[in-house]
Design a protein. Structure first.
Length: 98
């Protein structure tokens, strides 16, 4: 089992380990420059776990792609179940502070 772990924890959320093959990409495009930047920034850990909303990937398509390309079998995630919590977690983990 090869797990891509997160450096940081999200306060108030349990970090889980998910099987990569069971995660589907959410609906979004992956921009090449953003992916190259991400690819160069991850060594053995990523900054934040992927964010699932009701069990479906909401934020982290590039990290999921990265993990699949490099042979990881599992990845750390958090799952949130309501819009208010999703927004709190998104803002906390977003590198562009709005």
């Amino acid at each position: 089992m090869k797990i891509l772990r997160a450096k940081n924890k999200i306060e108030g959320c349990e970090t889980l380990v998910a099987e990569l093959d069971k995660l589907d990409f959410s609906h979004s495009a992956i921009d090449a420059p953003g992916f190259v930047k991400l690819y160069n920034s991850i060594t053995e850990t990523m900054n934040w776990p992927l964010i699932l909303f009701n069990g479906r990937l909401r934020y982290g398509n590039k990290r999921l792609t990265y993990a699949k390309m490099l042979g990881y079998t599992h990845i750390e995630v958090v799952n949130v179940n309501d819009d208010k919590e999703l927004e709190r977690v998104r803002v906390m983990t977003c590198w562009k502070r709005l």
